[in-house]
Design a protein around this ligand. Structure first.
Ligand SMILES: Cc1ncc(COP(=O)(O)O)c(C=O)c1O
Length: 449
């Protein structure tokens, strides 16, 4: 025992032995030595950690985190079973560090076709532990102290701690809805071009973009991407393009890869996710592709942290890709059918959110919908929650009292811009129809009380 304080008698006199005092001093010295290192300070709050705990405690209908509550496509789950039970014993052992050969080859084949450029599977593709690790390896591997990264708000929340822990400085620009109509589309959320231009300077290392976008659902237009591309060429910066939802785009919109714009491949690192591509978020396999000199920096981080990813899962993802390449562009190709399957779910959610008086933004891509909840503010007892931001109070109160969980979008803004997210809630609609129906019923019942 390091320290023991004894309290004697009614006078509450505290008797502390010299021995104990010495131990308290040692104890506090030991503790401060083990405090969070300075470079990680301020990074200890995570909306995912907090809201998973909340869901476990209150068991709401969970439309918070972005994962399907239905089965993954059978061809990939069967491929995983086959890989682990294969005659080839090596499929259960370590594989090549920068990506299982079968997987990097098929990833290179797919993106060579999409980019109209012959990707070298061994040097221009890296497989990572989810898109998360690809982002981490990119930002750790490409940041010197005080390098600036431009981040578009709202942003996938890990971008900022990753930039900061690498010694970089995030600079923010917010997407803002340009329309005040009752019906909002994610296309209405735009960045101010002059403001973006003003953020670029000699210290800018790069810009992180996310299209299709989480949480707004925006699919960046050719014109917007061209504008961003021109600035990155003017200031000689990188682009990190987080395209994990590349196959989830609704008609008539089209996903454009910024790496395909003129002279952009050489400055772009593009990131993808098997979890999002094949609806297997628990598999945590991602990748990055880009020119060999840029990927080298990611390899250095990867080989000294993760070194190599799960072999049978990589094998199964490779099989999945090979099968989709055979039926590429056809209606039964998962890259086509997933968005078709999700579109009615999106429309159903938009309808029931409208019906209860929320104001949803209809996404062009991805599987999240943000909705303005402020018309219902009189039905929520925000004062029962203690969080600083209203959307945190709204989502927590709803989880505990109404049984429906969403995510507070202010988690996706910098400290100074959190107010821009506070009137909204983010719901995920890659859920079984019966659960979306339950969500509609929960909200309608609450509204009518
Ligand atoms: C925009 C974005 N990027 C990256 C990720 C992380 O993907 P993965 O699960 O493959 O690590 C997510 C997951 O939700 C995401 O929404």
């Amino acid at each position: 025992m390091l320290a023991k304080i004894c309290v004697f008698g009614a006078s509450s006199k505290v008797s502390v032995s010299l021995f104990t005092l010495r131990n308290i001093r040692i104890y506090s010295a030991v503790m401060s030595k083990f405090d969070l290192p300075d470079r990680l300070k301020g990074n200890d709050k995570s909306v995912w950690v907090e809201y998973i705990q909340l869901a476990l405690k209150y068991k709401p209908l969970n439309l918070g985190q972005g994962f399907p509550d239905f089965h993954a496509p059978e061809n990939v789950t069967k491929a995983l079973v086959a890989a682990t039970a294969s005659d080839n014993p090596l499929l259960n052992q370590y594989t090549r560090g920068f990506g299982h050969p079968r997987l990097v080859h098929v990833i290179a084949r797919l993106y060579s076709k999409l980019l109209n450029y012959d990707l070298d599977p061994n040097n221009e593709v890296i497989v990572t532990n989810g898109a998360y690790e690809a982002l981490y390896a990119t930002l750790q591997g490409h940041t010197n102290p005080d390098d600036e990264w431009i981040i578009i708000e709202p942003f996938f929340d890990c971008y900022v701690p990753m930039v900061k822990s690498a010694g970089g400085i995030p600079r923010f620009i917010a997407l803002k809805p340009k329309s005040t109509n009752a019906s909002l589309s994610s296309a209405d959320w735009v960045f101010d071009r002059q403001e973006l231009e003003s953020l670029f300077n000699e210290k800018t290392k790069g810009i992180i973009i996310n299209t299709p976008h989480n949480p707004v659902g925006k699919v960046f237009t050719l014109d917007e991407l061209q504008f961003i591309a021109n600035l990155t060429k003017k200031w000689n910066t990188l682009v990190v393009s987080d395209e994990v939802y590349e196959w989830i785009v609704y008609e008539p919109y089209k996903h454009i890869r910024i790496a395909t714009l003129p002279d952009m491949y050489e400055r772009t690192i593009t990131i993808g996710s098997a979890g999002k591509t094949f609806s297997v978020t628990g598999w945590k396999i991602g990748w990055a592709y880009g020119p060999a000199n840029l990927l080298h920096n990611l390899q250095v981080i990867h080989q000294n942290t993760v070194y190599t990813c799960n072999t049978p899962v990589q094998e199964a993802v490779a099989v999945g890709f090979e099968q989709e390449l055979e039926r590429f562009g056809q209606p039964d190709c998962y890259f086509v059918s997933l968005a078709k399957q999700l579109e009615p779910k999106r429309d159903y959610m938009a309808k029931f959110l409208n019906n209860v008086g929320m104001r949803p933004t209809i996404p062009e891509g991805g599987y999240f919908m943000i909705a303005n909840w402020t018309a219902l503010k009189d039905k929520v007892r925000l004062e029962e929650e203690t969080d600083e931001n209203r959307d945190y109070r709204f989502t927590k109160w709803m989880t505990k009292n109404i049984g429906l969980q969403g995510i507070p979008p202010s988690a996706f803004y910098s400290h100074e811009h959190k107010h821009l997210g506070e009137d909204n809630v983010r719901y995920c609609f890659i859920k079984k129809d019966e659960n979306l129906k339950k969500a509609a019923e929960i909200l309608l019942k609450w509204k009518s009380q």
